[in-house]
Design a protein around this ligand. Structure first.
Ligand SMILES: Cc1ncc(COP(=O)(O)O)c(C=O)c1O
Length: 339
């Protein structure tokens, strides 16, 4: 294992030894190639650069107490990349190729998978881009699929604590019938201004509203939103919302723990009725939200105890993490091993 101060790692880029790459050309995917370069050499007229023809994924690998490396729900990320690629007219790597590339990237950088005790993990970033010389707005004919990895620290260094969020009244992340349901770069560029303003005002994140009526909760920063009340887990579902693999897992665990799960529109007024709320995604599993400010009305909503994560959120968070690290049995078949 590398000599890294695992506990001081944040969620950022750290150079590892290798990445893997695969080209789609002349109507077919080539072999998975290993590279030790951090650079890509692509044509300046590539569609990914001009027209945002790209998609990406994010998943994690965890080292268990037994030393074995577990990847969490890789097949779901593969399927989501296919859905993203189809929507922006790219050729997607089939599930088997995606899985092979991810496993290879992890195996080659095995020394960077943090030790169990650190609470850190290996973040995996699959990236698909349209490349080759092209000027007009049209799908590329060549594609590059890259998988690189970076060790990332435990998300909650100061403990699993709620953050302050702001309702985003000014900007939209995705159009009603646009690209919100797929993981393409343009969605993130569209959200950067809002996030920047939220940070400037002292908020950890902005909660987006539906871009048509501004009445319903949409995404929670780069994560899905959920609220909990009366032993019920409520999460919005809309074309503008990315189908989060973490949220899907939490809904499954919530049912297993005896909760009721509702996927439906959440009107803004309902926020004040939740006992717990949060964002969920691969990076943090759950980011509890304790305070939500509405800059339009000046209203401050306090969700549960603003300084302590709620009991259901804590239970769900611990349960999911214990499956990821191999401390609890993987009854849903979510984990694959990298040997
Ligand atoms: C906009 C957005 N929503 C939700 C999520 C959570 O998805 P997942 O749980 O698959 O990481 C992410 C992160 O990938 C995201 O970027």
């Amino acid at each position: 294992m590398k000599n890294i101060d695992w506990s001081s790692l944040g969620f950022g880029y750290t150079k590892t030894d290798y990445n893997v790459r695969c080209h789609y050309k002349d109507g077919k995917w080539g072999a998975v190639e290993v590279s030790d370069s951090e650079m890509l050499s692509i044509h300046m007229s590539s569609t990914c650069l001009h027209y945002g023809q790209e998609a990406f994924e994010g998943l994690k690998a965890f080292r268990g107490k037994d030393g074995r490396i577990r990847v969490f729900r890789c097949e779901e990320n593969a399927k989501r990349m296919i859905s993203s690629a189809n929507y922006v007219m790219m050729k997607a790597p089939p599930v088997a190729l995606f899985t092979e590339a991810v496993n290879k990237a992890i195996r080659l950088n095995e020394a960077y998978v943090p030790p169990y005790e650190s609470g850190a993990s290996l973040y995996i970033r699959p990236l698909l881009i349209g490349i080759g010389p092209q000027m007009g707005v049209a799908p590329a004919k060549e594609f590059l699929f890259v998988v690189f990895v970076a060790p990332v620290g435990p998300y909650f260094k100061a403990g699993f604590k709620p953050v302050k969020a702001m309702l985003e009244r000014k900007y939209d992340r995705a159009a009603p019938n646009g690209t919100g349901h797929v993981k393409v770069g343009g969605n993130y560029a569209a959200g950067m201004f809002s996030t920047h303003e939220a940070h400037e005002k002292g908020y950890a994140l902005s909660i987006f509203l539906d871009s048509k009526e501004k009445r319903y909760i949409d995404e929670c920063g780069p994560a899905n939103f959920f609220g909990i009340k009366n032993d019920t887990y409520v999460t919005p579902s809309a074309h503008t919302i990315l189908p989060s693999i973490t949220n899907d897992s939490l809904m499954t665990l919530a049912k297993e723990l005896g909760m009721t799960v509702e996927r439906r529109k959440i009107p803004v007024e309902e926020l004040a009725t939740f006992d717990e709320a949060g964002g969920c995604g691969t990076a943090a599993v759950i980011s509890p939200v304790g305070i939500i400010d509405d800059p339009e009305s000046g209203q401050r909503i306090t969700v549960g105890s603003p300084d302590t994560a709620g009991p259901w959120s804590t239970k769900l968070y611990n349960h999911l993490r214990s499956i990821q690290y191999g401390d609890s049995p993987d009854t849903f078949g979510w984990v694959t091993f990298v040997e």
